[in-house]
Write a protein that binds this ligand. Structure first.
Ligand code: 11C
Length: 346
């Protein structure tokens, strides 16, 4: 009894976290298919004490699959997600391939779970840096209205994949030994120039767009508007890669609609908000940090202050594990919501 679940990109950083999260949550699985590119096929992955061999992902792999979690890159999703849907599966896609498609809901369960009702087979999982921000902002929007968001990010190398994690490790070791380094992966593997990430901060995540923003920045801007159903929301983002392994951090400035709101009111609200852990006590030097968010499903919020110049302005610091709430956990959470709402049945 249970569901046939497939994980596409099973050997990647996010795929591995998806498998572990399915196990931890005791997701009702009757059969788990682990799929990947030809390069990783044949590897064995342990799930609930049993070894499962990773198979090459092809259209026929999705026969009988109820839910397919995709995290193998946009081109794989574009090619195989429609094939999975054709065979009756519901796809939760963790790439940017379908996020802005108006026939595809873009879902963070704490914010817009109801959008799952109008899915057409594919549900998109947002970008990691967007997810953690909207989880913290939605309760504020509901209570006090939201006019404007200006965010600067401090993003971990694991967001750029396993090769970027390796690059940081080896570069740091070489630089401490006074040796030369040859950056090859960051900021963007396929871009022309590469810079060291060890002991550095790189203000480029993904490629530059014609408007001067990077694609990561535009994802944060466009996805936030779509998830919160606020096309008119003013959002600006500056995305920066820092030498942290796991956990994205964000300095967020917001302007709300309602006047006269205090920082204490925002804190009380976020203390009760779903998926949020408030860590905010300057007298105890309590604030969120990526090292301590690693391995946790929650979004941690602290440093909440009223702006010194604007009554409706507030500053927040938002931290979360980019591989969990930013990717694997949000995808599994969407799958749990699909079951809860009766949108997928065994
Ligand atoms: C990063 N946010 O940290 C990116 C990774 O669209 O799902 C996630 C890319 C995506 O580099």
């Amino acid at each position: 009894k249970g569901l046939h679940v497939a994980v596409v990109g099973a050997t990647g950083a996010v795929g591995q976290q998806m498998i572990q999260t399915l196990e931890k949550r005791n997701f009702p699985i009757a059969k788990l298919s682990l799929l990947s590119s030809e390069r990783s096929a044949g590897k064995k992955v342990v799930f609930k004490g049993e070894e499962i061999e990773v198979q090459v992902a092809k259209p026929e792999s999705f026969e009988g699959v109820h839910i397919a979690l995709f995290s193998a890159g946009g081109s794989v999703s574009k090619q195989l997600a429609p094939e999975a849907v054709k065979r009756g599966a519901v796809v939760v896609d963790n790439t940017s391939a379908f996020r802005m498609d108006e026939n595809v809901p873009l879902v963070v369960p704490e914010v817009n779970e109801a959008d799952l009702h109008w899915h057409n087979g594919i549900i998109a999982n947002p970008n990691c840096s967007t997810i953690q921000m909207v989880v913290a902002l939605e309760p504020i929007r509901q209570a006090f209205g939201l006019k404007r968001v200006i965010v600067s990010t401090y993003q971990a190398v694991s967001g750029a994949g396993a090769q970027a994690v390796e690059e940081l490790k080896t570069q740091a070791a070489h630089m401490l030994n006074g040796e030369e380094v040859t950056p090859e992966i960051l900021p963007v593997k396929s871009d022309r120039k590469h810079y060291p990430i060890a002991f550095n901060a790189i203000p480029q995540i993904d490629k530059f767009q014609d408007n001067g923003f990077t694609f990561e920045e535009m994802k944060m801007i466009n996805e936030t508007k779509k998830i919160m159903h606020m096309p008119e929301l003013e959002v600006a983002a500056t995305c920066v890669r820092i030498p942290v392994m796991v956990g994205h951090s964000e300095s967020v400035y917001i302007e709300i609609e309602q006047e006269g709101v205090t920082a204490e009111q925002l804190k009380s609200l976020l203390k009760e908000a779903p998926g949020v852990v408030l860590q905010d006590d300057p007298s105890e030097q309590l604030y969120p940090m990526p090292l301590f968010a690693t391995g946790q499903n929650d979004v941690f919020v602290g440093r909440i202050r009223k702006d010194l110049h604007r009554d409706t302005g507030f500053h927040l610091w938002i931290v979360s594990d980019n591989l969990l709430k930013g990717a694997a956990w949000n995808s599994v959470q969407i799958a749990e919501s699909l079951l809860k709402l009766g949108l997928v049945k065994a």
